[in-house]
Ligand binder design. Structure first.
Ligand SMILES: Cc1ncc(COP(=O)(O)O)c(C=O)c1O
Ligand code: FES
Length: 393
């Protein structure tokens, strides 16, 4: 059975060009990039090239790019560095819809004497910039707001938010793991101090990420050790991964327009067809300020897990916005923050596309899903439109 992969916000396929670029660095060119000999030196040159390619994608300069092990490490390193360089300040501003890499970190810091403000979002998942401005105080050390939400694709106005923080001398970090490669980013034109991204969301392999640190922003390393990454991230580099992510950055720049035309059209076609064919369905999140590849759709009175299992039988991969898998009967914190009613939140599915998806794949999902929802609703004693009771709540 062919896999129809519509779960690209979870992880992406390594692009064939990326794999090809990486392969020699496992077996033939395995030298240590820090070695004095030319065998290692040639790998060091290739790493510098990866910094340049990543910098070009982000509108940064190569010495502002630090390669890390993942998005989570970049997020942790950024927030901790900001707190370290502001030892007298104890306040962190973030939002209710951040990825656990920030949310759980802030919850941890709250147990270590920091005060955390989690800004709310409206029903469309949007941030109120006035409320944000008011949350910033003389005690605020760092703001961390995601550029785009992994569950809904909603894009936050981080450039404006960074300006506002900058005016008050507050360090601004953004988790751009889902945004990079999908929307144009030109960091040279913004006041953003730090930005995180992850290779595996960008058609590079898992286990490599980037932390951008603006020149002039104080930074103390999270990983203390050797002099790698100019002393800002100790540890022998994941050379194939970094070289792969450099190549992926080059490809992302090339595919940016395709993401915003071809992929966006496929996403819109999928979304519109499902909404038209399936009653009691709706899109979660702002449909205007949204990533071009993501749609989060709720199918009322059914469980997301049931939909995923039935789609799996046709090889269709997507994600559910409910949290039963984590042992909780609560739907995702993102949908709860948006106030999505339980009957809707429990049946929410995230489809996230990539440049590798085709018209035929979208046609198949549009053909199969209405019957799946109908089957599940027929099994649910609560499928009485208008009355709104979740099958398991
Ligand atoms: C918004 C966001 N931040 C951070 C991460 C974590 O990235 P990684 O898996 O590379 O640690 C993810 C991955 O799901 C994400 O979507
Ligand atoms: S999300 Fe599983 S019980 Fe509602």
């Amino acid at each position: 059975m062919k896999t129809i992969y519509l779960d690209n916000n979870a992880t992406t396929r390594v692009a064939p060009e990326v794999l090809e670029e990486m392969l020699p660095y496992f077996s033939q060119l395995y030298g240590n990039p820090s070695s004095m000999h030319s065998f290692g030196g040639q790998v060091g040159r290739k790493l510098r090239e990866a910094h340049e390619k990543m910098a070009a994608l982000l509108g940064a300069s190569p010495d502002e790019i630090i390669f890390t092990s993942c998005g989570t490490e970049s997020d942790n390193a950024a927030v901790r560095a900001a707190l370290h360089s502001n030892p007298d300040k104890r306040h962190i501003v973030t939002s209710r819809v951040e990825h656990p890499a920030i949310r759980a970190l802030c919850a941890h810091l709250a147990t270590r004497g920091y005060r955390v403000t989690e800004l709310p979002v409206d029903a469309e998942g949007r941030l109120d910039l006035e409320q944000y401005r008011k949350a910033l105080t003389a005690d605020t050390a760092v703001v961390s707001l995601m550029w785009a939400n992994n569950e809904t694709g909603v894009v936050f106005p981080v450039e404006q938010a960074a300006e506002i923080a900058g005016e008050k001398g507050i360090i601004f970090h953004t988790d751009a793991v889902q945004a990079v490669g999908k929307i144009p980013i030109d960091l040279g034109k913004t006041a953003i101090n730090m930005l995180s991204l992850s290779g595996h969301k960008l058609h590079a392999p898992k286990g490599v990420g980037v932390l951008y640190v603006r020149r002039g922003t104080k930074f103390s390393p999270f990983m203390i050790g050797g002099h790698q990454e100019k002393g800002r991230r100790g540890g022998t580099e994941n050379t194939p991964g970094i070289i792969g992510l450099g190549k992926a950055a080059e490809l992302a720049a090339r595919y940016m327009e395709t993401e915003n035309t071809v992929v966006k059209n496929l996403r819109d076609r999928l979304e519109n067809a499902l909404l038209a064919r399936i009653p009691n369905s709706r899109v979660n999140g702002d449909r205007v300020n949204r990533l071009p590849n993501t749609t989060n759709i709720s199918f009322e009175f059914v469980e997301g897990e049931g939909i995923l299992l039935m789609m799996d039988e046709f090889g269709i991969c997507a994600s559910s916005g409910s949290a039963c898998t984590s042992g909780s009967l609560q739907p995702s914190h993102v949908l709860r923050a948006m106030g999505v009613p339980f009957t809707m939140a429990h049946g929410s599915i995230r489809f996230s596309l990539s440049v590798y998806n085709t018209d035929e794949e979208i046609d198949l999902v549009v053909e199969k899903l209405p019957a799946i929802i109908e089957t599940l609703r027929a099994m649910s004693p609560y499928w009485k439109p208008g009355e709104g009771v979740c099958a398991r709540s």
